[in-house]
Design a protein around this ligand. Structure first.
Ligand SMILES: Cc1cc2nc3c(=O)[nH]c(=O)nc-3n(C[C@H](O)[C@H](O)[C@H](O)COP(=O)(O)OP(=O)(O)OC[C@H]3O[C@@H](n4cnc5c(N)ncnc54)[C@H](O)[C@@H]3O)c2cc1C
Length: 325
């Protein structure tokens, strides 16, 4: 077991790797280097939905392992309170912006949705197969629960080493000063920035906007993959995840802006965020009247589908039994 390990990137992959390495019985020295702040990219601004069996064969066993690890980490570290871990139903919901026809009062529909807007509901996940976390709180807790983890706020400019001597450390820029940190092993978990350090890794990036709306009372646990036909005729497909004190929703992805050097500098287009609020307001009075508490837009990595072993998943293709017409 190597004794000196550096992890580059404080997103969910980096902090989880650091957590498990720092608790390994061989007691290695683990240093996490993050250029902005913990979970400042996609890992802090994602939906936080976990699914047991939504993966293709290549990654199905990893998905099961990850799903079960989330449950055991929540038990071990009080994740239900600390990062909002909970099992939930996941529905695919087709709706129309406003119509009083077809009053849909099924008990399968969360009480905070406008029943008359709903056209079709399919159950695509149960509390046995889908769960959620607040992703930023989860990442922060992983750092807190790591043992003797050293954290450096700095930008890794280079991975050091050669073909004969693969990894000897990293070059880090902190406040304009470059220094070298030696390591036997370097784990690169830099999300869409990975390719800046390891150009042979075929990862590109895409931006996705999301918003949160504050709630005073707890909202029933249903994750929603929606398809909303707006009065304009446009069909929009926001995903909605209610949490302990807020409801999170994310909209479409785009590639309109270049990837900035730092995760904290990804441009947020307020108009796109307002569009998400408008779209989800069609579904629910609670969402229409709630206060918007965040407008954000992380970049996430996009794996080249031609990469051997890469599986592009479309979660909306997951077949579930129709429960309501
Ligand atoms: C809107 C949206 C919703 C999503 N919803 C879900 C969901 O519900 N469920 C799900 O499972 N997934 C979801 N995802 C995907 C998920 O967020 C990502 O797969 C995951 O966060 C990737 O984590 P990461 O650690 O690889 O990368 P990131 O979160 O991007 O972290 C990389 C980190 O590395 C740091 N870094 C980069 N370069 C350097 C450098 N040179 N030196 C130092 N630090 C560096 C960055 O600052 C950043 O903090 C969603 C993504 C988006 C955009």
């Amino acid at each position: 077991m190597p004794q000196k390990i550096v992890v580059v990137g404080g997103g969910i992959i980096g902090v989880s790797t650091a957590y498990f390495l720092s608790r390994h019985p061989a007691n290695p020295s683990v240093t996490l280097i993050e250029a902005s702040s913990i979970a400042c990219g996609a890992s802090g601004k994602a939906g936080g939905l976990l699914a047991l069996d939504w993966h293709g064969v290549e990654t199905a066993s990893l998905a099961r392992l990850s799903y079960n690890l989330h449950a055991s980490l929540a038990d071990q570290h009080n994740g239900r309170e600390r990062w909002g871990y909970r099992e939930l139903n996941t529905l695919e919901v087709s709706c129309e912006e406003v119509s009083q026809a077809n009053q849909n009062k099924s008990s399968n529909i969360p009480s905070w949705l406008r029943g008359h807007a709903i056209r079709k509901v399919r159950n695509i996940g149960s509390p046995k197969t889908t769960a959620q976390v607040h992703p930023r709180l989860f990442c922060e807790a992983m750092v807190q629960e790591s043992k003797n983890l050293k954290i450096i706020r700095g930008y890794v400019t280079k991975i050091l080493g050669s073909a004969e001597n693969p990894s000897t450390g990293v070059e880090v820029e902190t406040d304009g000063v470059i220094s070298v940190l030696e390591a036997e092993v370097v784990v690169v978990a830099a999300g869409p920035w990975t390719t800046k350090l390891l150009p042979s890794i075929p990862v590109s990036s895409q931006r996705a906007h999301s918003i949160t709306i504050g709630t005073t009372n707890p909202v029933s646990p249903y994750a929603l993959f929606t398809s909303i036909k707006m009065r304009s005729g446009n069909v929009v497909t926001p995903e909605i995840y209610p949490r302990q004190h807020e409801i999170y929703a994310c909209g479409d992805i785009d590639k309109l802006v270049p990837l900035p050097k730092l995760a904290k500098d990804v441009q947020v287009d307020q108009e796109r965020c307002k569009e998400i609020v408008k779209n989800i307001s069609a579904l629910s009075e609670l969402l229409e009247q709630g206060e918007v508490t965040a407008m954000q837009a992380p970049e996430q990595s996009l794996e080249d589908p031609k990469t051997p072993g890469a599986v592009m998943e479309d979660s909306q293709n997951v077949a579930g039994d129709p429960v309501e017409e």
